[in-house]
Design a protein around this ligand. Structure first.
Ligand code: GMT
Length: 375
């Protein structure tokens, strides 16, 4: 199959899923054409069957705001025609689903056709998509897509309810390469962070307000009263300065490590005892899955799609978002019970391998493509 994939090329989870999907499909012999404004960051070396097409932006002085949606449409049209694509699969509805819709309509004028599949990831539906300036267009673009998938049951239900849509939406969960995300020895890092063998709590995110990163610091403060512990924060974003300020205010400078953006995540996650995800909204929680695949139990909020991933009292614990006391108690109780901890850790790895494995989920996308192309 010849497939066009459009996604945000940055560190966000939707871009990661789109890029890993493209790589997995390419390894199975499909020809994949990424169309975006920059090279997705996980495509940093040559991979057979993968091509990248950069969307060029005009800087004409009259256009005070950039017209990316239109430039993307034109690039999609060019690639669809020149490369003879079978379908375009866009990740994150805004504005990608709208550009793909426009491209398809333009092609229909010249009697050719292309199938458009939209995968919904999160805030495109639960947050920014609901803003009045986007809502009608998001609803329309979803309704007009030939196929729509969502990364959790929660997100599917939210889409149908919030946008009054009656369309069939298939749930295809996010996936993980369990051969890359697995526990490896990382004694040097452990020694650096926890020289006295303290327990290590970890969190990775883009430090957006919705992630509630400051809650992880408040959890550490409470946990430390019961067990010697450290906190490692990976990633960067708007809330980082505020978190650094909170660390100083609580006098936790020696206990909290800000690593910034990192690539070798499996090595870092392998050093963790508990992964924290106290988000206010989370349609799936890909970084929690990355941790679970490395055998790290998760203590998270119970919002969105998280309960579909973090099974309470099996692979971790969930609590209402903002309930820092309860999350801290869960961390302490799990870290104090070695037998239970080992069972949870094994459950996490098993869930990643048996439920969310790349080899299980990627064929679901292939079957979905066949279904849409045959319809
Ligand atoms: O929706 C976002 O905030 C951005 C998006 C991304 O690009 O990181 O994150 C969403 O998609 C991920 C991949 O499917 C999910 O794992 C995240 O849970 C989801 N984020 C939210 O729902 C806040």
């Amino acid at each position: 199959m010849k497939i066009g994939i459009t996604c945000y090329p940055t560190y966000g989870g939707s871009g990661v899923v789109a890029t890993e999907l493209g790589k997995a499909l390419a390894s199975k012999g499909h020809q994949i054409h990424f169309i975006s404004y920059a090279l997705p960051h996980r495509l940093n070396h040559f991979i057979e069957n993968i091509f990248f097409h950069e969307v060029e932006m005009s800087n004409y002085p009259l256009f005070e705001h950039n017209l990316y949606t239109l430039a993307l449409t034109s690039k999609m049209l060019e690639v669809i025609e020149f490369e003879n694509l079978d379908l375009v699969h866009v990740h994150y509805a805004i504005p990608h689903a709208t550009s793909a819709y426009l491209a398809r309509q333009i092609l229909r004028k010249s009697k050719s056709d292309i199938k458009v599949i939209t995968t919904l990831h999160g805030t495109d539906i639960t947050l920014v998509g609901l803003e009045p300036s986007f809502l009608p267009l998001v609803k329309f673009s979803i309704e007009e897509s030939d196929g729509v998938t969502a990364v959790s049951r929660f997100l599917k239900e939210k889409t149908l309810i919030n946008y009054h849509i009656e369309k069939e939406i298939d749930v295809i969960y996010n996936f993980i390469d369990t051969e890359i995300y697995k526990r490896v020895s990382n004694e040097n890092f452990k020694k650096m962070v926890a020289p006295e063998n303290e327990k290590i709590l970890m969190h990775t995110s883009n430090f957006r307000p919705v992630k509630r990163v400051s809650d992880t610091i408040k959890i550490l403060e409470r946990v430390k009263k019961e067990i010697p512990a450290k906190l490692v924060l990976i990633g960067d974003g708007p809330d980082r300065s505020e978190c650094e300020r909170l660390v100083r205010e609580l006098n936790l400078q020696k206990d909290v490590f800000f690593l910034g953006k990192q690539d070798a995540l499996a090595e870092l996650l392998s050093a963790a005892d508990i992964f924290l995800m106290p988000s206010q909204s989370e349609s799936f929680g890909l970084s929690a899955l990355e941790a679970m695949s490395c055998g790290v139990p998760v203590v998270s909020s119970s919002v969105g799609g998280l309960p579909e991933l973090v099974v309470h009292n099996e692979t971790g614990f969930i609590a209402e978002f903002g309930d820092i006391d309860r999350m801290s108690k869960y961390v302490v109780s799990l870290l104090n019970n070695e037998k239970k901890y080992q069972t949870f850790s094994q459950n996490c790895r098993n869930t990643a391998v048996n439920v969310f494995n790349k080899d299980i989920i990627v064929p679901q996308y292939e079957q979905y493509y066949d279904k849409i192309l045959g319809s």
